[in-house]
Each structure stands twice: as C-alpha cells, then as structure tokens.
Design a protein around this ligand. Structure first.
Ligand code: NDP
Length: 311
C-alpha cells in the first residue's frame, strides 16, 4: 500500500481563497483592513522564516500586517510593553508573538506574554481565556496548527467521529489543543508523551495518529495500523550527514535533498510509513501551510468580532 498524500498546500490555498472575500467585505464596511501585529524577538533563523511567511500571507490576503521587531537583548518587559500597545490599538485585530522567545527571558516568558494578550486579539489561541473556552467547547480563537489539522481531515473526507485517535505530544500549543479538538469531534482520544510506555503498540491502535513530538522520523511503520491516517506536525531540520545517512538510504529523496542543500527538513514521521498508512501528510507541504492559513482565518474572525462587539 502507498498512502494517499494529504496535500496541505492545496487545502491551505482553499482556506485562504475563502478568507479573501471576507477581508474585502470587512475592509469595505470598517474602512480599514483587518490588522495583524506580529512581534518578533531576536535572531532565531527559523522564526524569521516563519514570520516572513506569515507577513507574506497576510499581505496577500489584503490585511494590514505590522511587524514589531525587537533585538535578542530585549527584556520581557519590553515585549509586554509592545503587546500592551497592540492591545490598546484600534487597528490591530490580532496579535502574534513568535515563539520561541530568547532563553534569557526565562522559562515562563511565553506564558507571561499569553497572559497579557487581549483574548479578543489572541489569534494564536494560546491565552488562558481562549484555552478555557476551548476546553468547554465554546466559541473562541483556536490554536492554528491543530485547527488546521481538523480542516485538513474534514476537507480530505476523513471521518473523525467514532475513530480511535492517538496524539503523540502534550504541548500547550499543539498536543493538548489537538486532543481536545479531536475529542470535541467525537473521536476517542489517547494522548501520549515522553513517559508513555508501550508507545508504538498504543499508536498502532489509532485510526488517526497525530505526531507532534519534535523528534526527526521517530514514528516508524511499527507505530502505524495498516490504512490509518497519519498527521505529521513535526518540523525538524537535519544538518548532520551521519544522522541523515542513518535515517535515509542512498538514493532516497530526503538523502538527495540533503546532499544538494546541506540540510533537509523532515517530520516526526519516517517516510517509510507511507507503505503502511492509508493517508499521510508530507513534510514540507502538510501541516505547515495550514497553520498560516488558519492564522489568516483567525485574524479575520477577530476583526469581525471586535467590530461587532462595538456596534
Ligand atoms: P514540544 O517540545 O513543546 O512538545 C513535544 C511533546 O512531545 C512533549 O509533550 C513531549 O513529552 C513529547 N515527546 C518528546 N519526546 C518524546 C518521546 N520520545 N516519546 C513520546 N513523546 C515524546 O513541541 P511542540 O508541541 O511545540 O512541537 C512539536 C513539533 O511540531 C515540533 O517539531 C515543532 O517544530 C512542530 N510544530 C510544527 C508546526 C507547524 O506549523 N507544522 C507548528 C508548531 C509546532 P513531554 O511532555 O513528556 O516532555
């Protein structure tokens, strides 16, 4: 069996095309486009790439995108100050603070930021208010990556209700909200983490397996029930020849990409899983583009809700 490839780029494009008329209608009635403030702190190269892609998507969607860039030496108070200004601004409907914040700000820095972002502008869905609403299955701004996975499953015709779902990872930004969203769609959900025993055999019971681990190619065919849907959230850049050689045989696509570019982007799922799974998201081109599309959708939703709340 060769798994059907779930094309995140195509689904993301469809979502963004649906958002565009909403942006035009909002702009016409509000007299300004939906506004997204992005706060980027420091020099992390991956963060700069993610932010560039988000800015491009926002501008293509016709939004006002405002990048607030701070040096790596900025303090947590500096970041909270920028967030405070964006909270108070009338033209910023959404606020996104790109993770990770510099380590020097301390382990609780991101939580401190999510605590102060106005929940009505929290387009990442990470603030305690929105997380609480999600737990209670109430209307809220939902975390973009797991929300994108649900869109991908729905638009690919993959049933969720009644299915056995296993999520590997319990982070606040992916694993936990993913598990809740699957639960709210009536899947029977198991959440696994680094202390889970018999991980592979548990995963092999899943009809839908979501990997959000951050460990290159950890999910191998023995984790996968034949015919299962496998969603690979992981994004890991490998730049070590020995690691790449151990994971991918000579002549394989990933190995060739590495040899050409000196590094290669891989997921948490080994490509060999395609021989067992029924459907599989590629990396790149799977979950990543959906995260950005859902950010656009959330920003429009926040803009509409803010204007409606004032009417
Ligand atoms: P975190 O590091 O916050 O969480 C990783 C989770 O994986 C933790 O719950 C951890 O368990 C679990 N884990 C780690 N090692 C193992 C193991 N050996 N066995 C079982 N579970 C394990 O990562 P994130 O949730 O932020 O991100 C996960 C991945 O998704 C990363 O590769 C990230 O780059 C990617 N990502 C991709 C996005 C996209 O748009 N495509 C968006 C966001 C993230 P424990 O809690 O016990 O430590």
């Amino acid at each position: 069996m060769t798994a059907r490839v779930l094309d995140g780029n195509a689904v993301a494009r469809a979502i963004r095309e649906e958002v565009a008329p909403g942006v035009a209608a909002f702009t016409a009635t509000a007299g300004r486009p939906p506004g997204l403030g992005i706060v980027l702190v420091g020099d992390d190269p991956a963060s700069h790439v993610y932010v560039r892609n988000k800015i491009r998507a926002g501008m293509e969607a016709g939004m006002f995108v405002d990048l607030q860039q701070l040096p790596a030496t900025a303090t947590l108070d500096d970041v909270l100050g920028v967030v405070g200004r964006l909270n108070a601004s009338d033209v910023h409907d959404g606020i996104l603070v790109q993770s990770p914040l510099p380590g020097a700000m301390g382990r609780e820095a991101e939580r401190a930021v999510f605590d102060v972002i106005d929940p009505a502008k929290d387009v990442d869905g990470f603030s305690p208010g929105n997380v609480g609403l999600l737990v209670q299955k109430r209307d809220c701004l939902k975390a973009c990556t797991p929300a994108g996975v649900i869109e991908l499953l729905d638009r690919s015709g993959i049933a969720i209700a009644g299915q056995r779902a296993v999520v590997i990872g319990r982070s606040d930004i992916v694993g936990k909200p993913m598990a809740l969203m699957l639960l709210h769609r009536d899947a029977t959900v198991t959440v696994c983490h680094s202390r889970t025993t018999s991980l592979a055999s548990l995963c092999a019971e899943a009809d839908i397996l979501v990997a959000a681990i951050g460990r290159a190619c950890m999910v191998t065919p023995d984790f996968v029930k034949p015919g299962a849907t496998v969603i690979d959230v992981g994004m890991n850049r490998l730049d070590d020849a020995a690691t790449v050689a151990a994971l991918f045989p000579a002549g394989s696509k990933k190995r060739e990409q590495f040899e050409k570019a000196g590094s290669v982007l891989v997921g948490d799922v080994h490509p060999d899983v395609a021989g067992t799974a029924g459907a599989l998201t590629p990396v790149p081109g799977g979950v990543g583009p959906l995260t950005i599309a859902m950010l656009m959708k959330n920003t429009l939703q926040a803009a509409i809700a803010r204007v409606a709340a004032r009417a």
